[in-house]
Design a protein around this ligand. Structure first.
Ligand code: 1HE
Length: 257
């Protein structure tokens, strides 16, 4: 499904996906959420990583509230499940997704950002979950993903009190892994995506698909899944050639930060 509010381009082997509805602060209507799902399901084969960003003053104002009007309970259930399916394509899609955040990252916008693998925020970023004051609840997977980033207590506070986190505090509590000067989130996200794209695809696959599942398993099962994934990753020809290159002094060392 194509959508005029979702812009897509390839920059080398990086897929750049841009929410492009600035007049409505990139609010996510059904058509846009489905277009995002379809875009991730149909990335060009050469894509190795993706950057997700928003056009205009804000990353995303969340759910398009103008579409909320007359939904009954059953329709509400299916609507939430549609978001789950789309954001699952972000989290468990073919390539790691780096979110470039600025301005409002609120409601469903924060749920979307939470499904990405890395979040880069600039100094204009602010985070909120206004669902609490709108008389609704999160429905895009936020109840699962956001507590895993910041803990249930902080999310509860955000929703009960309408607390807004600024960019610095957002990075401090774990909403973003990177904080950059205003206007630089996209460039930093692209730089990170290019770095991520150089990894062995199986390593990226393990990080996207095995790690979050292992993190949810009891320790005993997690250790076992880790061992299986490690064995699969290290048996790939690419792992062997990369390790060989290091042992021959041809690969980069880890440098002090
Ligand atoms: C919208 C939306 C929206 C803006 N749905 N139309 N999310 C919210 O509760 C956040 C609601 N939005 C805001 O608090 C503010 O708009 C912002 C802080 C994001 C941006 O403020 P500002 O001053 O830059 O823009 P604005 O003037 O408020 O909005 C510009 C236009 O965008 C305006 O429409 P206009 O026709 O009057 O120009 C707004 O109505 C429109 N707009 N945000 C629809 N969200 C899977 S469940 C997820 C549940 C949720 O996400 S609930 C939280 C929804």
């Amino acid at each position: 499904m194509t959508n005029k509010d979702l812009h897509f381009e390839m920059r080398g082997d990086i897929a750049v996906i841009r929410l492009s509805r600035p007049a409505k602060r990139n609010a996510l209507g059904d058509a846009l959420i489905l277009a995002l799902r379809d875009q991730l399901e149909n990335l060009p084969g050469e894509a190795r990583a993706a950057v997700l960003c928003g056009e205009g003053e804000h990353f995303c104002a969340g759910l398009d509230l103008s579409e909320l009007k007359e939904r009954d309970a059953g329709q509400g259930l299916h609507h939430s499940r549609m978001w789950h399916a789309a954001l699952e394509r972000v989290q468990y899609g073919p390539v790691p997704v780096i979110a470039a955040l600025h301005g409002a990252v609120v409601g469903g916008g924060l749920e979307l950002a939470s499904a990405c693998h890395i979040r880069v925020a600039d100094e204009s970023t602010f985070y909120a979950l206004p669902e609490g004051s709108r008389g609704i609840f999160v429905g895009g997977g936020g109840a699962v993903r956001i507590p895993r980033l910041i803990g249930a207590a902080r999310m509860t506070d955000m929703m009960l009190t309408g607390r807004v986190y600024n960019a610095q505090d957002g990075e401090r509590i774990g909403l973003a892994q990177y904080l950059v000067p205003q206007g630089e989130a996209f460039d930093k996200a692209l730089e990170l995506a290019q770095r991520v794209a150089q990894n062995a695809p199986l390593t990226n696959y393990a990080l996207m698909h095995a790690l979050p599942r292992i993190a949810e398993q009891p320790a005993d099962q997690g250790f076992f899944t880790e061992a299986l994934m490690a064995a699969v990753a290290q048996s790939a020809p690419e792992a062997k050639s990369r390790v060989k290159a290091f042992l021959e002094g041809k690969a980069a060392k880890v440098k002090k930060a």
